[in-house]
Write a protein that binds this ligand. Structure first.
Ligand code: DER
Length: 225
């Protein structure tokens, strides 16, 4: 459908920035899916890269496409990470975590020289917050952590998956925090990460170095800051 084509167009444009010899961070989600597909295809035509994955899901997909991995212990920096987002605002601050991979995504993004964010046009917003902010928390005392999160002015919802509590690749829970409009994303980011039970939150502040938006008519826009 049009939205899938928009995601695919943005992803394939981003994949053009991958060159021989790069260490590439592979994002997570249905948009990043198309990057992994494209890189698998380009490898068949001789592209030489090494990858690190932001989730077990992406690692599995890349392995099926025979994309080689490099252990994180062997690298200092990642040349380029390409990943999706749930919301992008006009300062390129993001909400991520819809797929539950925000912790590894933020660790990899922070270790990357370049972070290209790819999204379909529905993700572009004026202000972050309509999409409930995913927050990764430890299991111990989660009820207390939920209360603390709510005290910052959000409705909290412990993410479930098939009647069970969703467990991340790191063995933690995800709380989806509905703030509505977030006025000062950077302040909120710092405040939430101060809560003892919080491992990381889905606000990605000042990390993206390029944003590529796919429109439903198949066209793409490369936003420059
Ligand atoms: O979970 C994540 O952070 C994903 O990247 C998400 O933000 C985007 O997923 P989508 O490409 O499937 O919309």
């Amino acid at each position: 459908d049009a939205r899938t084509e928009a995601k695919r167009a943005a992803a394939e444009k981003a994949a053009e920035y991958v060159h021989d010899g790069m260490i590439v961070g592979l994002g997570t989600g249905s948009t990043a899916y198309w990057v992994i597909q494209k890189l698998g295809e380009r490898m068949k035509n001789g592209l030489k890269i090494k990858a690190v994955a932001t989730s077990n899901q992406s690692e599995l997909l890349a392995k099926e496409l025979e994309i080689p991995f490099v252990p994180l212990s062997e690298i200092g920096e990642i040349d380029l990470t390409i990943d999706g987002a749930d919301e992008v605002d006009d300062e390129w601050n993001l909400i991520k975590g819809g797929g539950g991979a925000l912790l590894r995504e933020k660790i990899i993004a922070t270790a990357s020289k370049e972070l290209i964010i790819i999204a379909d046009e529905s993700k572009v917003v004026k202000k972050l917050g309509q999409f409930p902010l995913p927050v990764e928390i430890v299991q111990f005392g989660y009820e207390l952590t939920l209360c603390k999160l709510a005290s910052y002015g959000c409705i909290t919802h412990l993410r479930m998956q098939e009647e069970e509590r969703f467990i991340t690749d790191n063995g933690n829970y995800i709380v989806d925090c509905a703030f509505g409009q977030i006025e000062r994303a950077s302040d909120l980011h710092a405040a939430l990460n101060m809560i003892p039970g919080v491992v990381e939150n889905g606000l990605f502040i000042n990390l993206a170095t390029k944003v590529i938006i796919g429109a439903n008519d198949g066209s793409i826009k490369e936003l420059d800051r």
